[in-house]
Design a binder for this molecule. Sequence first.
Ligand code: SAH
Ligand code: MG
Length: 197
Amino acid sequence: MKELILEMEQYAEAKNIPIIEKESIAFIMKFIKLNNIKNILEIGSAIGYSAILMASVDSDIKVTTIERDEVRYMECVKNVKKCNFDKKIDIVYQDALELNLSDVEYDLIFIDAAKGQYKNFFEKYKYFLKPKGVIISDNINFHGYVGGKKEITTKGLKGIVSKLEDYIDFLKNNEEFTTNFYNIGDGLSVSYRKNVK
Ligand code: SAH
Ligand code: MG
């Protein structure tokens, strides 16, 4: 397992695949343990790095993870097999904005796919969250560009950053959810439903 994780880190580095930062996944794994989270939905599997680590927290954790890129999906399948997590991790090869989930309810939804779509993912998938469930989003600081902390040089980057800023506003002004923001790794947000006893 440890070896596979190392292998995945090297593969991601070599192929420029944006897997989660170590600090951030450590935070999430601790969060999963402390809150006794069992059913997780991940949007954006890449090669399965974060899915495998989240699933490894406890023997009865189940992860459903969605990936739209074929090469990454195949790599994810391979890695999940390698650590014998086939029964713990369900990998869905589809665009998350097109997928229709059945009525499964999740304790945690982890948003880590196209940064310009975070609000759409949130609005679509909140219906699959248990009343006390939590939505965590990664890369909310986007390498320090969000919030005007670093000069933006390209149009594409500008688009992503402004969408992430809109998403942060959307979370801050949300009537249904309260959100805490953390300067961990590339920035994490943790959103909880309000008024849940
Ligand atoms: N969670 C992974 C990293 C994911 S990188 C980890 O930390 O290990 C983001 C991934 O989201 C990319 O592989 C990209 O192909 C995928 N993605 C982006 N938009 C998507 C969408 N709409 N539906 C499904 N996957 C998407
Ligand atoms: Mg990420």
